[in-house]
Design a protein around this ligand. Structure first.
Ligand code: URA
Length: 230
């Protein structure tokens, strides 16, 4: 390795450290085994979750169905230990029928990658399953119709941890007006033995990149928690 390569490598590691990365696996080191990829002992499919999808059907419970291209149910490991909950599908999600596949989703993928997780290992869903026009904030009547289905999904998946991405998810799940900036990075006991974890919404981080370091620290806490559960 030349001196120049070493210098560049040092600079890159410094950059990662400033971005909040505190650990890098050595070459050949096995990635830590979280209880994330475990499938149910008897079946890789989750029939309870599939039943929730059937019950939701081609939902017309609120007027958002009139302006949607696709309903975005959620995706990932149907037996995930860790679940992420965002706000509502955006333009790209509405077009593809999948959660977090736009710019914010790419950033979420990066955070997951940094803690050695993939989308396939976790479950990703939203408070609303249909895109509000122009990505406006979900209205209370929309949340009222849609949230019961998210609760049913959670009951079917039985995660141990739910990471709320942003204020709408945090406020809906806690039922309180919470300030993400005050409560982020903390584990909060919730219901059914599940703990909530609050962090910034990736779309907010795209607008406020100076907060990315804090978000990375939050993800590192998630990683430690998962190791503890393993
Ligand atoms: N923002 C969200 O809250 N959810 C998505 O699925 C995409 C962007």
């Amino acid at each position: 390795m030349t001196k120049e390569t070493i210098r560049r490598l040092k600079l890159y590691l410094e950059y990662l450290r400033h971005a909040g990365v505190e650990y890098l696996p050595r070459i050949g080191e096995r990635a830590p085994q979280f209880p994330i990829t475990e499938t149910h002992p008897t079946s890789p499919e989750n029939s309870e979750l599939e039943a929730v999808r059937r019950e939701l059907g081609e939902c017309k419970r609120c007027p958002l169905w009139k302006v949607r291209n696709h309903l975005v149910f959620g995706e990932g490991n149907p037996w995930a230990t860790l679940m992420f909950v965002g706000e509502a599908p955006g333009r790209e999600e509405d077009l593809q029928g999948r959660p977090f596949v736009g710019q914010a989703g790419k950033l979420l993928d990066q955070f997951l990658h940094a803690i050695e997780l993939s989308r396939e290992e976790v479950y990703i869903a939203n408070i609303l399953k249909c895109r509000p026009p122009g990505n406006r904030t979900p209205q209370p009547q929309e949340v009222e119709q849609c949230y019961p289905f998210l609760l049913k999904q959670i009951q079917a998946i039985k995660p141990k941890l739910i990471c709320c991405l942003g204020g709408v998810a945090a406020q809906t799940l806690t039922g309180q007006k919470v300030a993400i900036t005050r409560l982020r990075g903390q584990f909060i006991p919730w219901r059914w033995g599940i703990e909530l974890f609050l962090t910034f919404h990736p779309a907010y981080l795209l607008r406020n990149p100076n907060q990315k370091k804090g978000a990375m620290q939050d993800f590192m806490k998630l990683r430690e928690k998962l190791r503890g559960l393993a």
